[in-house]
Design a protein around this ligand. Sequence first.
Ligand code: ZN
Ligand code: ZN
Ligand code: ZN
Ligand code: ZN
Length: 492
Amino acid sequence: MAYLFQPDYVKYACSCGSLKPISKIYFCRHCLKIRCGYCVCHEVDSHYCPSCLENLPSTEVRLKKNKCLNCFDCPCCFQTLSVRAGHAPIKQAPTAEDQKAPPKKVYYLFCSLCRWSSRDAGIPDQYVATGSWPEQENPNTNRINVLIDYHKILAAKEKEQRDRKKIHAFLQFEKFGLTSAMARKRAGRPPLPQSKFQQSDRPSPAVASEEVEELPEDIFTAPLDITKITTLEQRLHHPEVQAEKINELRPQHKQFLVKRSQRCRTCEHNVSKPEFSPQSIKFKIQLAAFYHVPEIRIVTCEPLRAGKTSELLLKFCNPTQHQTQITLLPLDTPTTPTTITAAGEKVEVKRETMQLGTESPNLLPSAVRQVVVTEDPKPITISVNAELTLPHSSLILPPRDDTAEYDDTGDTHNFQDDPKLVVWRKGNKAVVRLYVTPELGEENKEGDSVIVGFVMQYGYVNTIATLEHKAPQKLDLRAKLFLTIGDLLGST
Ligand SMILES: [Zn+2]
Ligand SMILES: [Zn+2]
Ligand SMILES: [Zn+2]
Ligand SMILES: [Zn+2]
């Protein structure tokens, strides 16, 4: 999980032009391209309560206003409240009957983090543990309902008009003749009036008022107890009421969370799809880039001075099940994938000749799918300010082997490594030595970040079998990378 500590030092250029660390990108197996959060469609798969993990269809979620009926958040610190059982408080003057009866169990809500409790807020204890807490009425319920009803009417009218247009077009097509409306138009008569809104349907518009409530007289004189006043965050957590005092805060129903899946905008295949059940943390499809694209980490870099050459150690890791050959190329190399033909020729791979696996079961019928918006890639704005001496030889990384992690026998697979390039190797990882020279120039000042860039070419095995291609297709893919390797020191 080292990328948590090295978040943005190594950035991969996405096919859309944005720069992202490897933990934030996907790799579409069908387009053979890096995709980031901007170039995938995000779709909601399921709604669930993060506390009780109840999972509901989206229509029901809408009815419940996206809130769980049984789980509550603390209105003070927003943690989940727990239901605690206790005894009913003993009355001041117990009657003989009270003394005989066994003490009743009562329930109250309690926050184990900030110790807020429904008892402190004056909410009566309940005799059942779930679902009977008093609901706080929204002061604007009536107005909101009127507006919702009005918009329902509007939506119904719009739908009616759309349907009418459809039927109209259909009739014209069917008869190749005149429809009644057209006939009326020809005859110089106005078309029949469409059903209009009744004026009574329209809710009265909101009116701005100049009059505001007077401030209380003691506002500037009464001593202020800040512990009894709610914070802005607490008020905005419950926007309908916005309680001013701490004791007016009421527990809030927990909001549902969603499980999302991501779909490549270009080929419409999923790059990430979680399992439906909220209990499961597994994925049906997970094409995160760190399973497909070699990962690069910065190991060390000597102090950087303008015009002086420093040593840079980079660690490469092959995450795939296949051996890969990594070659570092200059930054201006085009990133189109290449492959070696049967005749031993190196050719560029066009989209048409890729093994794309045309239809796959995870493709939804087009009506359900989101409208795909594709944008042209944006130019990369980051500028490189150091020269990187690229190695002449390439680096071979064996496939990932989880047991090799725990093997200390030092099996190095006997690769004929260039000792000047490879300084360390274990399993599917290797450290290579490169040299950087920060540029001399006015723009490069002490303290500036030193950025280098290159194109990494890596061997990739496309295992998607198609009708024409049964065997896995071997390809050379390229990724553009930018590394922030350190700060520039003064020239002393
Ligand atoms: Zn992108
Ligand atoms: Zn819940
Ligand atoms: Zn709390
Ligand atoms: Zn794709």
